[in-house]
Design a protein around this ligand. Structure first.
Ligand code: GLU
Length: 466
């Protein structure tokens, strides 16, 4: 049984890199009909926040990356960590270290001066003090010889000599366990088979494998994913990298589009760009994650977003649009059928924010005219045609797009003008702007009452001497 986990430290939001890790772990578990665990690594109590936990959970849920088990909080597992630490002490895989800060600092300075890598020298391992009751940390006894060799799922064979690793602290002076240790205990207890994470963790892996070995626990497979680069191919800036995935939601990106975008960051399947979730599950292969870093491409995300806006069932997009309308204080019940709005707007909107903004006019009581558009479009020349149109529209008893279209055509013909001559002023009267779906569709969506009202208002404005 494949078991993967996403194990964020709640010291910040869920960002693109984390979301990609979560997606790949989720996909592998789904593909193998295994389990995906959400584990919150909150042992750093000073830097972990409730707010970050909520944002991570909300972000994953929004993306549809539902976990089978969890969230499991490391802070709820301190007893278990204590127990394993005693076990390691009893079995002579760990020892108490009483070295003072001052000694460690001097050691470090000496090593740096000698151009050596700063590392603990194993003093308390080799000269264990007896009968002493003083503050101490607990260190893991890293084997002094041999090497850790593992086959990284992304990078292939990795070999680290044990003599390059020092004896890492597994419990601090106050008894709290440290990261590399808790990860091992958790991965062991939770039966994790595949650890996929960012390559910033690659130096931790040999240390963790040594602890697994000391515990006689099965070692998971590891895959370290290359980092993400900024759109310019350079190191991802703090700003770009730290963007909360929920910001994408707020900016009008569909979760389907973001997931599709994320899956292509470091994985490909021929030259296919569009993947349904089922296709991702079917085609994803942990062994085919690219080794080279991938650059973010915001334009591609927008392109994908528009693809999904255009191709998802309108009912599905309509359901999502509600959130954006409500955020803008719009009561969506008080307007046209949202599915119709989606059909009318989907060709011209790259985001749902755009769709909501461009559809506001359908819900409000009156519209304000942008800039000096009224002055430009409500000229006396179009007055007779608009007047004619108003009369024709009033006559329509069955308010359909076809009947509206016929009324407009009749007016255009009888006044010997081009459609463009009245389309812009009508559009302006209805929406306050000069961009909208086709004019008959716009009037249809707006409904007869509002159309007549807005057209009458525009006409009276044109009659008022300025
Ligand atoms: N908690 C670690 C982090 O957020 C991840 C640990 C892991 O995946 O092993 O970077």
């Amino acid at each position: 049984m494949v078991i993967t986990r996403f194990a964020p430290s709640p010291t910040g939001y869920l960002h693109v890199g984390g979301a990609r890790t979560a997606l790949f772990c989720w996909l592998w578990a789904k593909k193998k009909q295994g389990k995906f665990i959400l584990r919150i690594e909150d042992t750093d109590r000073e830097r972990s926040t409730e707010e970050a936990v909520t944002a991570i959970i909300e972000g994953l849920s929004w993306l549809g990356l539902h976990w089978d088990i969890g969230p499991i909080f490391q802070t709820a597992r301190f007893d278990r960590y204590k127990q394993v630490i005693s076990q390691l002490l009893d079995q002579d895989h760990a020892y108490k270290c009483y070295c003072t800060k001052a000694r460690l600092e001097t050691l470090r300075e000496q090593q740096l001066a000698a151009k050596e890598k700063p590392r603990y020298d194993g003093y308390c391992r080799h000269y264990p003090p007896v009968h002493i009751d003083a503050p101490h940390v607990i260190r893991f006894k890293t084997p002094e010889t041999g090497a850790i060799i593992f086959d990284d799922l992304v990078r292939g064979k990795i070999e680290i000599q044990n003599n390059e690793l020092d004896d890492l602290i597994i419990a601090r002076t106050d008894g709290t366990p440290t990261y590399n240790f808790t990860v091992v205990v958790d991965d062991w207890d939770m039966g994790i088979t595949h650890v996929l994470r960012g390559d910033d963790h690659i130096n931790n892996t040999p240390r963790q494998i040594n602890i697994f070995k000391a515990l006689n626990a099965p070692i998971p497979e590891y895959g370290h994913m290359p980092m993400l680069l900024g759109p310019d191919g350079k190191r991802l800036s703090k700003r770009e990298g730290a963007v909360n995935v929920l910001q994408y939601r707020d900016d009008g990106i569909l979760p389907q589009a973001l997931i599709n975008y994320l899956v292509r960051l470091g994985w490909s399947y021929g030259d296919q760009e569009i993947f349904s979730v089922q296709e991702m599950i079917d085609f994803f292969d942990i062994h085919q994650i690219n080794i080279s870093p991938t650059a973010l491409n915001p334009e591609k995300l927008l392109w994908l977003n528009q693809h999904y806006i255009k191709t998802l069932p309108e009912a599905e997009v309509a359901q999502i649009l509600i959130w954006y309308l409500e955020k803008r204080g719009i009561d969506y019940r008080n307007g046209p059928d949202l599915k119709q709005i989606v059909i009318a707007q989907r060709e011209r909107c790259k985001t749902l924010v755009e769709m909501a903004e461009k559809s506001k006019f359908l819900f409000v009581d009156e519209v304000a005219f942008e800039g000096d558009l009224a002055k430009k479009h409500f000229s006396h020349d179009v007055f007779p045609a608009l007047h004619g149109l108003l009369a024709k529209l009033k006559e329509i008893s069955n308010w359909t797009q076809g009947n509206i279209h016929a009324a407009i055509t009749a007016v255009v013909e009888s006044h010997h003008i081009k459609l463009g001559i009245i389309a812009q002023p009508v559009r302006l009267a209805m929406t306050g702007t000069t961009v909208s779906p086709p004019i008959d569709m716009t009037l249809y969506l707006l409904g007869k009452e509002k159309t007549i009202q807005r057209l009458s208002d525009a006409i009276s404005q044109m009659q008022t001497p300025i």
